[in-house]
Structures are given as C-alpha cells and as structure tokens.
Design a protein around this ligand. Structure first.
Ligand code: ACO
Length: 273
C-alpha cells in the first residue's frame, strides 16, 4: 500500500499477504504500525480483488509484541497520543480481525510475543512454523497481558493453560502451540507459505456469504444460552437467505439431488479413518 512505512501488502490470486514490516525490530508494534495496519485492513476488507487476508511478519518474526520504546516509553505522560495509539492497536488486532468479512489466517513465521497474541487469536485460522517461538512476556516486564490479551487467551485456551502461560511467560514452540490449540497446525518453516496458500484456497472456495455468516455465528453463540442460540441462529439463517436469495443452497441441492455432480464429502470409507 502506497506510502506505508511499517506495513507491506502483496496481492495475488485473491490473497492479500499483509506483512508487519519492521524486520530489524522483529516487527515490534509501534504506534505508526498500528495506524497503518488499521488503515490497511480497512481498505482490504472492501477490495474486490481480495478474498482472503493473511497476517504475517517480514523477516524472521511474526511480531515481538508492543514496541517497548515507541509504544510504551515514548507515550508515557502523553495521555492523548497514548489513547489514540491504544485505540488503533485494539481496533485492528481485535475488532476488525475478529469481525472481518473475509477469511483471515495468521501465519506465524518466528517470534510471537505479548500483544501479538491478539491478532493471532482474532484470525479465523493460525498456521505456525514448527520452530516459531511464542511467549506471553508481559509478566517479565512487570505488567499484565493488557489490551484484550488476557481475555482472548481464556477465549482460545483452557483455563489452566491460559493461567500458566500468562503467569510464567515461558516460551514454547509451534508444536506445543498446536497441542494447546492456540494454532491449528505447525509445519516446517520451508512449507509455511505453501500450506497457508492451500488453506487460503480452501477457504476461498466456500460461498463468501455463508463463510462470513458461519464464523460470526460460531463466535456469537459461545456466550449464549441454548434458548438464545436457537433464536439467534434461526434469525441469522433467515438473514442469510434474504441476503443471497438462498442461491448457494439451492444450487448445491440441485447438483447433489438432480445432476449428481456434487458431493460435499467423499462417500468412500477408508479403513482406519
Ligand atoms: N520493542 C522494541 N524493540 C524491540 C522489541 C520490542 N518489543 N523486540 C525487539 N526489539 C528490537 C531490539 O531492541 C533490537 O533493536 P536494536 O537492533 O536497535 O538494538 C532489535 O529489535 C532486534 O532485537 P534482538 O533482541 O537483537 O533480536 P533477537 O532475535 O536476539 O531476539 C526477541 C528477538 C526474542 C523478540 C527479543 O528482541 C525480545 O525478547 N524482545 C522483547 C519481546 C517482548 O517481550 N515483547 C512484549 C512487549 S510487552 C507487550 O507486547 C504488551
């Protein structure tokens, strides 16, 4: 994107690869980076060329968390600037990504520290290099996992694991991140881009309206009672029908029932699966 200093976007075959682009600082997140990421994601959400967004880091790091110098020390005693920077930081890392209209993938290529857990968890999917290094280091700086980090950790992980990682700040790799279900999968670093591309292609093959409605529905029902969820999902289903005229469902059923050209699941049963 033109004129951006700390964010780089590459577009191709429907995918926007969004790089936090301060590799010399391990992609630590400065106020400028937060403002630029906020603007870049807003623009890509309505860009007709883009059908999936991958958030990643330039060089050897996903992100080393908040910039300790520019985000913390230099904003100390400047409440107005600190507020603006914190608002932009929370907006792109959580509000935008968690509610994004398009599929999102976090591709974790190296260090993922502190405040970077927000964008990691906000994305629909996360794929990590096996040797990526994660740490909630806040405790070691004498602060708490702020923004929404502590909250989103309990959203993504079990209580014991969330507490362990927040209280110890211990580092763990991509394989352990899979075991914790913090990421969907970990692959050798050389295979990271290829695997992420394959996942993006799968997500882009879905009906975009159904994809969007499904992810919002899954996220919203988590905090609802069964009764509320019945009501909400019924209303959402109706909204989707209104928006699309039921096109995808009608076509799919015609292909399955009449034309016999489509099966969503391979009907053969392989032993051991
Ligand atoms: N804030 C500001 N600058 C940073 C940060 C950061 N979070 N992380 C790295 N940098 C800078 C370093 O100061 C260094 O700058 P310099 O070249 O001008 O001296 C440069 O990035 C490279 O860092 P190194 O430490 O030399 O790189 P290395 O690969 O050895 O280690 C690592 C990388 C592990 C990420 C290390 O830099 C580190 O521990 N950083 C702090 C990470 C952290 O705790 N972040 C959480 C902040 S709190 C929060 O997010 C709420």
């Amino acid at each position: 994107m033109d004129g951006m200093k700390t964010v780089r976007v590459e577009k191709g075959e429907g995918i926007a690869w969004v790089f936090l682009n301060r590799p010399e600082k391990r992609n630590a997140m400065s106020p400028t980076l937060h403002f630029e990421m906020d603007a870049a994601l807003a623009q890509l959400e309505t860009d007709p060329e883009v059908r999936c967004v991958v958030v990643t880091g330039a060089g050897e790091s996903f992100s080393a968390g908040q910039d300790l110098k520019e985000f913390f020390r230099e904003l100390d005693g400047k409440p107005a600037e600190a507020k603006r920077a914190a608002e932009a930081a929370n907006r792109w890392r959580w509000d935008r990504l968690y509610n994004y209209d398009k599929p999102t993938i976090a591709m974790v290529n190296g260090f993922c520290v502190g405040g970077a857990f927000m964008q990691l968890i906000a994305c629909d999917f996360a794929v990590a290099a096996e040797d990526a290094k994660f740490s909630l280091s806040e405790i070691n700086w004498g602060i708490i996992p702020g923004g929404l980090v502590a909250r989103v950790m309990t959203e993504a992980l079990g209580y014991r694991d969330a507490l362990d990682l927040c209280l110890t700040g211990r580092a763990f790799d991509g394989r352990e991140a899979v075991r914790l279900r913090l990421v969907n999968e970990a692959v050798p670093k050389e295979a990271l881009r290829e695997r992420t591309t394959a996942l993006a292609q799968l997500l882009m093959s879905k009906d975009p309206e159904a994809y969007r409605a499904t992810k919002i529905a899954v996220r919203r029902v988590r905090a609802m009672s069964f009764e509320q969820a019945y009501d909400y999902l019924g209303a959402k289903m109706e909204e989707l029908r209104q928006r699309t005229g039921g096109r995808a469902q009608r076509e799919g059923i015609a292909q399955f029932v009449d034309q016999k050209t489509y099966k969503p699941i391979d009907g053969s049963f392989a032993h051991g699966q």
